[in-house]
Write a protein that binds this ligand. Structure first.
Ligand code: ATP
Ligand code: LTN
Length: 340
């Protein structure tokens, strides 16, 4: 890179986001998050990571967690996140996250953490494992974001409260210790879609859903995809119209629109005089066509373990170099005695 190119590259705004290795990404993760992450790579300096430390808040068999972490890394690359353009890494491979997480814990108040809806939802869902990590999860996430001085954080609606919390912690820190952190903003990509469960279109499609018919995994084969769309819950009417009181068909329209770029009106026109059967079939084929190359690339990548390990290592080194600059500053600010 010449000087000009370096200056241009550094003028780019920083995007940062993470995804937990809690299973194969769903169509929701893809259309709502990862697809836009891929599209942002040209315009922004992008940092994406697998949030394996966050996943420790739920119980997963250790061997399964290890496998899922490598798989999630391969999935990101298969979805078009290019390690030559973006920084891609595994959170725990950069030790700054755990260290910064503790410092952020000590800057977070019990009261504000108690108000987090994700904490309330997850503790209601897993009453047998309400661990301290689940409670301080937002502090670790704040550390992830602030370590890299991110400008924008693309997250779904479920994470906006955590982002607000991050801004509050950063503001307080800057006030108490002097200007240290850039305040990150949420980023809501125009094309980002909120995808709902195929069996209960009033709740979001989630990779931890126990009913396999409710979610499309981005690795599902064409036959499976077509079958799941065929049995997707819709209402008893049969016209393809977007409306809040028709969540089932509206969800399918959202998916179809996110993939084809067609507007809701275009879609209604396209299926005028046709039934839900034809529409579900068209959505199924559009999704299958979109996911086929990802599935093939994923299989190829997963078979090349040496390449994946090498990319993880490179990512960890670059991430550590960036994050340790902020961490050193933070340690100085709070009065930790630095090693000489
Ligand atoms: P889990 O079921 O383990 O909680 P999840 O499927 O909800 O996982 P996360 O790892 O929490 O996924 O989220 C990764 C990213 O995908 C986040 O930015 C989140 O907002 C987005 N996302 C998750 N589910 C959907 C969905 N159904 N529609 C759109 N975006 C989604
Ligand atoms: N909590 C997020 C994952 C996550 C994240 C982050 C996202 C962890 N650290 C930092 C953005 C920025 C989730 O569950 N989707």
């Amino acid at each position: 890179m010449d000087n000009n190119a370096t200056a241009q590259a550094s003028a780019k705004k920083i995007i940062l986001s993470g995804i937990q290795p809690t299973g194969v990404f769903t169509l929701g993760n893809y259309l709502g998050a990862v697809k836009s992450w891929q599209q942002m790579q040209e315009e922004y300096r992008c940092y994406y990571f697998i949030a394996d430390l966050h996943s420790l808040t739920i119980h997963i068999d250790p061997a399964k967690r290890r496998a899922q972490t490598r798989e999630a890394f391969a999935l990101l690359l298969a979805c078009g996140i290019d390690p030559e353009k973006s920084l891609v890494f595994v959170q725990s491979h950069n030790k700054c996250h755990a260290e910064m997480g503790w410092i952020m814990d000590c800057c977070s108040q019990f009261g504000e953490l108690s108000r987090m809806t994700q904490f309330k939802d997850k503790s209601a869902k897993h009453p047998d494992n309400i661990n301290a990590g689940l409670f301080t999860y937002p502090a670790l996430m704040a550390g992830d974001i602030l370590l890299y001085q991110a400008d924008y954080v693309p997250v779904g609606a479920d994470q906006t409260q955590h982002l607000e919390f991050t801004r509050d912690v950063a503001t307080r820190f800057n006030h108490n210790y002097g200007e240290t952190f850039k305040l990150p903003e949420g980023y809501f990509p125009k094309a980002g879609a909120r995808v709902m469960s195929l069996q209960d279109p009033t709740s979001k499609m989630s990779k931890s859903d126990e009913n396999p018919k409710a979610t499309i995994s981005i690795l599902d084969e064409e036959k499976v995809i077509l079958k799941k769309f065929k049995s997707a819950v819709t209402d008893s009417e049969a016209s393809v119209h977007y409306s809040e009181d028709k969540p089932g068909v509206s969800n399918l329209m959202t998916i179809y629109s996110a993939i084809t770029g067609k507007t809701m009106e275009d879609i209604t026109k396209e299926f005028e005089g046709k039934g839900y059967g034809d529409f579900k079939d068209a959505v199924g084929h559009a999704v299958a066509d979109e996911l086929r190359p990802i599935r093939e690339e994923y299989k190829r990548l997963l078979a090349d373990r040496a390449y994946l390990d090498e990319e993880m290592k490179k990512g960890a080194e670059r991430a550590t170099a960036i994050a340790s600059r902020t961490l050193t500053k933070v340690k100085k600010r709070v009065g930790l005695l630095l090693e000489s």
